[in-house]
Design a protein around this ligand. Structure first.
Ligand SMILES: [Zn+2]
Length: 212
């Protein structure tokens, strides 16, 4: 299988590391247009001082032993179909809602699952989004107006925790289980709540727009 990870920050780097070690994964597509900054180093533990100024995608691909996995581009509505073409699953390491909506729409159109992951302060969320299940708008309403994680901060261990919760959902999916759940990580109270849903038809026409 080929997996893409979009956004190689505090969540995307541990997710890429977990996927790279999974024998079911033949290749990764590591997608991020940003370069390593000094402020990234405390939470994004696969980057080092000497990487500052280099594309995150290239640095991480090299560190995982596969320079050819690097895709140093910023994913957007115009290039998503191309960048995600042929992958079996997409992991969300982004820190913003508009990019998640693009991933959601692109994956639904292509009939492939993707892993929604987010962390903010001490809280995190993980869900496996399937083409025949609820879309982002079904789960969260018209959009998230709250602050982005780069504005209010993210607790490093919570990001790694969310990535591993997401990876666990993926493994169950690969094991043949129908995974319909959202995991809510509370790093402060050290607990995970699980929200499950039944079979469900999204009314938004697969591209985030409401139909009827
Ligand atoms: Zn929907």
């Amino acid at each position: 299988m080929i997996a893409a990870v979009v956004g190689l920050g505090a969540i995307g780097t541990p997710l890429a590391w977990l996927l790279a070690g999974d024998p079911r994964i033949a290749a990764l597509r590591l997608i991020d247009g940003d370069r390593v900054e000094r402020s990234n180093l405390p939470r994004q533990v696969l980057y080092r001082d000497q990487d500052i100024g280099r594309p995150k995608a290239s640095v991480l691909a090299e560190r995982l032993g596969h320079p050819e996995w690097a895709v140093p581009e910023r994913l957007d509505a115009g290039n998503a179909a191309r960048l995600l073409d042929g992958v079996d699953v997409v992991g969300d390491g982004t820190d913003n809602w508009p990019t998640r909506l693009v991933i959601d729409a692109t994956c639904r159109r292509a009939g492939r699952p993707w892993l929604f992951l987010s962390a903010i302060r001490w809280e995190g969320q993980a869900a496996l989004m399937a083409p025949d299940g609820p879309c982002l708008r079904c789960l969260f309403g018209a959009g998230q107006d709250g602050p982005a994680c780069f504005e209010v901060g993210i607790v490093g261990p919570v990001a790694g925790w969310v990535a591993s919760e997401g990876y666990d959902l993926l493994r169950r999916h690969w094991g043949g289980e129908t995974v319909r759940e959202l995991r809510l990580v509370d790093g402060w109270r050290d607990r995970v709540q699980v929200v499950r849903w039944a079979a469900y038809a999204c009314p938004h026409g697969g591209d985030g727009r409401r139909v009827g």
